[in-house]
Design a protein around this ligand. Sequence first.
Ligand SMILES: [Fe+2]
Length: 314
Amino acid sequence: VEIAPQRLGYVMLDVTDLDRSTKFFTNVVHLHISERQGDRVFLRGGTHHHWIVLRQAAIPALARIAMQVESAEHLELLKRRLRDCGTECEEGEGMASDRVARYLRFRDPSGTPLELYVGMAEFNERPPPGHVDVVDIQHVVLFQKDVLSGYRFYTDVLGLGLSDWIEERTAFLHFRNGWHHGIGVTGPLPDSQFGLDHICFSVPDLNNVMRARALVQRFNVPITSDLLKHAASGSTSFYFAGEDSIVEFAFGSSNFATDPTLKPRNLKARPDTVNVWLAGLDDVEPIEVTERMRQRAEANMIRRGRASPRSATN
Ligand SMILES: [Fe+2]
């Protein structure tokens, strides 16, 4: 058995307004509170105790990206690998405070705080079905100071598999659960305390993506990338902005564990790599968007009870 983490386990975020962030993750991301613990709120969508932990803090930050490891034996082997390459690790037992039996904490070459853990507390059942069926926390994309050294750390040391490169800008890496990417590394690191680009949750089908999007639109939460289909993973998704992270809802990602025909590629950085629906449109001549078109749109929105196409009330 290859030694590598099983899956992306959870993301912990330092937030400046715990109530507001909790509301965002319950009302807009459709997660359920599994526990409140002083300055922390644990949220879940499956039987695992948490996918997201929010911690009240003075400064917003990425507190930790945590990866689930299959067994204590594997955790021990990974610890040896980390130490062999000179990575400082803090280990401990955290059932009482963190709801994971054993953990190993360290940083990637860009300083991103990471954790490997075994034995997260579990619930007997998934939360009751809601407006959107959120199946899993699927991936994060992390900014790196140097994408290549980040790529080497996550593959050589932690054992993740390469799924695809986009030129030398972004590497998509998979865990043993096989989702096209459990971690993506991209660069360069922007000038902020966040090494986190976005968190993606997977839903089972297009209807769930659209229901999530309808609610985001209804709440006027800013959509940062509307519906698109990525060439790398083949997933269909949209992105929106929370205070603490960009969030993506996606379905249809390819999976390296279940599809043996998948091979890593080096995709060209092009608009239709980001969104396959832009393929073949390079040479299409734009048409003029006239004042009359805008007026017609405006009148139509007013007739439907909206002051303008970007109005607050639907
Ligand atoms: Fe993504």
